[in-house]
Design a protein around this ligand. Structure first.
Ligand code: FAD
Length: 358
């Protein structure tokens, strides 16, 4: 948006230690063997916009007062700083998870799981969340439903049990309708739903996961969602409170002038999901464009976004979330259908086109 509005009159530097973007939902596609990790990587080198430079560097320090970012390659001084470093996974917070289980929230983790899922033919599979908040709250439910489908397709479902542990009382708390549809789907598919609990530790020697109420679940395959935390460099910057960067919900501004934070790294009154990171980024861009062009500032961030939910059986549902525009958060459910598969595909391809095609 900055490039479109101002071309090379504004110098935009995007710093990322990685060399490619991957949609969160692509990890489910990779773990269930629908595609490969290589195929879902969108290289940053394809970004070609006037005024925009993408550099592959690791941020090692952030000075919000001076709006200065230090990386492994040097120092970047900025007039405006937008922090969007996401959330890291804290494997150590769940003892035994790294050795005894698997996680499907990183691309590498999803890739490691693909052959394990393809070879899983009998026993107990546990999908377990290790702490909240976590990215894309519907994703573990999708994992449970897609695992069921994968086992049915291979004719081994009757030899397997599936349990799903989540710290919330319902699968998608802001949307009772979505939660009801998901819990019905779990019952229909004989998936044991264990709400209000998280995986507290894993004993690799016994292949047992302990929940936070000390209940033990023996497993043959553990698909974990690790506890999340802001990156060390973000915590060291002094910007965080309760683990993440607090911002003004309306403007995404931190307590420092000209310093914004958005996406999973921020406490912005919205769930940790890409669609909200995108919406927040749009508000920040509009604010900066208004400052440049002495135009009108945008309205507040309304925290609205649609999340697609894989229900299995070749169907996708959608929940339309509104977190900030009214007195209470809402989530309107759109029943799973084959038509929503095409809509989800368009969601991905339209962004791919806009962000990565020259
Ligand atoms: C299985 C799964 C399914 C999902 N499905 C959906 C979905 O259907 N819809 C949806 O909206 N969201 C979904 N999400 C969530 C979505 O992927 C995230 O919420 C979103 O990517 C957050 O964007 P972000 O820009 O805040 O962080 P990220 O996308 O994590 O980007 C942060 C970037 O910062 C970089 N970085 C971190 N530390 C450093 C450093 N020190 N130096 C330099 N660079 C650094 C990283 O390399 C990364 O590229 C899903 C997530 C998962 C795991």
């Amino acid at each position: 948006m900055l490039s479109e509005a101002a071309g090379d009159a504004v110098e935009v530097t995007v710093i990322d230690r990685g060399d490619a973007f991957v949609f969160g939902f692509s990890k489910l596609d990779v773990m269930f063997g629908r595609t490969t990790a290589e195929a879902v990587r969108l290289p940053y080198r394809d970004i070609a916009k006037p005024g925009v430079t993408v550099v592959r560097e690791t941020v090692t320090a952030i000075d919000p007062e001076a709006r200065r970012v230090t990386t492994d390659a040097g120092v970047h001084e900025a007039d405006v700083l937008v922090i969007a470093l996401g959330a890291d996974y804290d494997m150590d917070a769940t003892p035994g998870l790294a050795e005894g289980g698997n996680e499907f929230y990183s691309l590498a983790g999803a890739e490691r799981l693909a052959p394990l899922i393809a070879g899983f033919s009998e026993g107990h599979a546990v999908i377990g969340v290790c702490g909240a908040p976590f990215k894309c709250p519907p994703a573990p439910s999708e994992c449970a439903l897609l695992l069921h489908d994968a086992l049915v397709a291979r004719g081994v479902r009757d030899a397997c049990q599936i349990s799903f542990v989540i710290p919330f009382g319902t699968p998608v708390p802001p949307s009772p309708e979505t939660s009801a549809a998901l819990t019905t789907a779990f019952t229909e598919r004989d998936i044991a739903f264990i709400p209000g609990r998280r995986i507290a530790s894993v004993d690799p020697s016994r292949s047992v996961a302990a929940l936070d109420d000390a209940t033990e679940l023996a497993f043959d395959l553990l698909l974990g969602v690790p506890k999340h935390r802001a990156a060390e460099v973000v915590i060291a910057s002094g910007l965080t409170e309760d683990g993440y960067i607090p911002v003004d919900f309306a403007t995404l501004q931190t307590r420092f002038d000209g310093v914004y934070a958005l996406g999973d790294v921020a406490t912005a009154g919205v769930p940790k999901a890409g669609v909200f990171a995108e919406g927040a980024a749009r508000i920040v861009a509009q604010t900066l464009i208004a400052q440049l062009q002495r135009g009108e500032s945008p309205g507040p961030h309304l925290g609205r976004g649609s999340c697609y939910i894989e229900f299995g059986h070749g169907h996708v549902g959608r929940v339309d979330i509104d977190f900030l525009s009214g007195p209470t958060r809402t989530g309107v459910f759109n029943a799973p259908s084959a038509a929503l598969i095409a809509e989800k595909e368009h969601f991905g391809s339209s962004r791919r086109e806009r962000w990565f095609a020259g």
